[in-house]
Design a protein around this ligand. Structure first.
Ligand code: FE2
Length: 443
C-alpha cells in the first residue's frame, strides 16, 4: 500500500479469505468495531479501483487471510534484547540464565529497559501481534523494569493491549524483600500475579509461594500466571497445587500455568490424573517451545527430554493451550524477531502435531486459546467485536504457517497500525533464465 503516513480509520477491508468459511469476504468497520462480514462486493468494485494511499478508507485485502490480531501469551519484555548488551548464557541452563540476568539487572535503567522493550513491541506489531502478556521481574532493584513497562503500557494503549505480570524472578519467599516488592508492583498497577515455585528453597516454600500468589490476586482482583515446573525434574509437582487452588477459590478462567515442562517426565498415570484436574479447575497452560527446547535437557545424557509440556494430551482433555516466545535475545533464548509463525511451527514439531489438520489448528495457540489464557474479553473476528485484526499474505492458515506469511495489514480499533508488502525473490534458472520464485502452491 502507498501512503505509509496513513493512520486513519478504515471503513472496509475488501476481498479477504476467512479462517472457517469458504469464499471471499468484505469486512465492514464502524466506530472501532466490526459492523458486518459479508460476501465480497468485488464484482462491483474491482481491486484495481480500490482506494489506496493517503486517507484510504477501503483496504484491498488482495485475497489474503483475515485473522483476529495475534496474541503473545508469554514474554519477558524487561529482559528482551539484553543478550545484545552482554547478558549471555554459556551453559544454556535456566539457572545460568537467572544468574546472568541477576547481574545485568543491577545496573539497568528505566531508559535502557524502555528502549529494548519498545523495540521488540514494534517487531510484535509488524508480526500482527496486538495483545501481549509480559512478565516483569519484581526482584529488580527499584522495580526499574516495571516502571518502564508501566510507561509503555500507557503510551501504547491505543495500539497494543499490554498485560503486566508481577513476576518474582528470584522467588517470592526465597528473599525477605520479595513479597513487599510484589505487593508494590500490584499497587502500581500490575494486572497479574506471578510466582516461580521451583526456585524457592524447598518444596513447602514452593507450595506456600503459589498460595500467597493466589491470596494477593484475590485481594487485588488480579489474574494469576505461575511459572510452574519449568525444570527437568519429575518431582516438581506444583501444577496440582495451582489446579487445586484455582478450584477452591472459584477462579476458573483467571489462572494460567506457564511452561509446565516437568509434565513430560511424569509417570503416565499421574499425568493423566493431573490433566483431568487442570481441565476441571479451568486452568490454561502456556508452552514456550523456543525457550524450553533451548533450556531443557541440558543436564541429561541421551535420550534427552523434549523440553515441552504435553500439548496434544492437554488439548484432548479440554485444557486451553497457548504458545509464546518467553524470551527474545536474552540469557534464556539467544534468537528471535517476534515472528509468531516460528513459535507455532516449532511448537507443533516438538509436539508431533504435523498432520495438515493439526498444523492448521496451530493457529489457536496464538489466537483463541491464547486469548483465553489472557482472559481477554471480546476477542475474535466477528460482528460486534473490536476491530483488532490482521490480513496475512496467504489463503489459509496452513499456508500462513508453512510460509511464515507476511502480515500485510494490522488494524487496532479500526485504525491502521501496521502494513507491509510481501518480499519477492528472483533466480537464474538453467534453461529458463531470470524467473520469479513463488513459494505459494497456487497464486
Ligand atoms: Fe517465562
Amino acid at each position: 500500500m502507498a501512503g505509509q503516513g496513513n493512520a486513519g480509520s478504515i471503513q472496509r477491508i475488501a476481498n479477504v479469505h476467512l479462517m472457517d468459511q469458504a469464499g471471499i469476504w468484505d469486512i465492514h468497520l464502524h466506530g472501532g468495531r466490526i459492523s458486518a462480514i459479508v460476501p465480497a462486493a468485488a464484482a462491483a468494485q474491482p481491486p484495481d479501483q480500490m482506494v489506496h494511499g493517503e486517507g484510504a478508507a477501503v483496504l484491498d485485502g488482495q485475497h489474503g487471510l483475515a485473522l483476529p490480531a495475534l496474541v503473545e501469551a508469554h514474554v519477558h519484555l524487561d529482559t528482551a534484547l539484553s543478550a545484545a548488551s552482554g547478558a549471555h548464557n554459556r551453559t544454556g541452563t535456566l539457572f545460568e540464565g537467572i544468574a546472568s540476568w541477576a547481574a545485568y539487572k543491577q545496573g539497568m535503567s528505566v531508559a535502557d529497559c524502555r528502549r529494548r522493550a519498545e523495540k521488540v513491541l514494534g517487531w510484535y506489531l509488524a508480526r500482527g501481534v496486538q495483545h501481549v502478556r509480559s512478565h516483569v521481574d519484581t526482584t529488580t532493584p527499584g522495580l526499574v523494569g516495571l516502571q518502564a513497562l508501566l510507561e509503555i503500557r500507557h503510551a501504547w494503549q491505543d495500539t497494543i493491549t499490554l498485560q503486566l505480570v508481577a513476576f518474582p524472578q528470584d522467588g517470592l519467599l526465597a528473599q525477605p524483600e520479595a513479597r513487599g516488592q510484589l505487593e508494590q508492583a500490584l499497587a502500581w498497577g500490575a494486572d497479574v500475579v506471578g510466582a516461580i515455585p521451583h526456585v524457592e528453597r524447598c518444596f513447602e516454600d514452593g507450595v506456600a509461594s503459589v498460595r500467597l500468589a493466589f491470596d494477593l490476586a484475590e485481594r487485588h482482583g488480579a489474574l494469576v500466571d505461575i511459572h510452574c515446573d519449568e525444570i527437568d525434574d519429575p518431582g516438581s509437582r506444583y501444577l496440582e497445587v495451582v489446579a487445586a487452588e484455582t478450584r477452591k477459590r472459584g477462579m476458573a478462567g483467571r489462572v494460567t500455568a506457564s511452561h509446565a515442562v516437568a509434565m513430560h517426565l511424569y509417570p503416565a498415570a499421574y499425568a493423566e490424573r493431573l490433566m483431568a484436574q487442570l481441565a476441571e479447575s479451568g486452568v490454561a497452560v502456556v508452552a514456550n517451545p523456543l525457550a524450553n527446547l533451548n533450556l531443557q535437557g541440558r543436564f541429561a545424557g541421551y535420550p534427552k527430554p523434549r523440553g515441552m509440556t504435553r500439548v496434544r494430551e492437554l488439548l484432548a482433555h479440554g485444557v486451553p493451550v497457548a504458545f509464546g516466545h518467553d524470551d527474545l535475545m536474552d540469557p534464556w533464548y539467544p534468537l528471535g524477531t517476534a515472528e509468531m509463525w516460528d513459535v507455532v511451527a516449532t511448537g507443533l514439531l516438538a509436539a508431533h502435531m504435523t498432520t495438515p489438520e493439526e498444523i492448521a489448528a496451530g493457529i489457536h495457540r496464538i489466537t483463541s486459546d491464547a486469548a483465553r489464557a489472557l482472559h481477554l474479553p471480546d476477542y475474535g473476528l466477528a460482528t460486534g467485536r473490536p476491530a483488532h485484526l490482521i490480513v496475512v499474505d496467504a489463503h489459509d492458515v496452513f499456508e500462513a504457517i508453512r510460509r511464515r506469511a507476511v502480515v500485510r495489514y494490522g488494524l487496532h480499533g479500526g485504525r491502521l497500525v501496521s502494513w507491509a508488502e510481501p518480499p519477492s525473490w528472483m533466480v537464474q534458472l538453467p534453461g529458463v533464465g531470470q524467473a520469479a520464485v513463488d513459494f505459494r502452491l497456487s497464486s
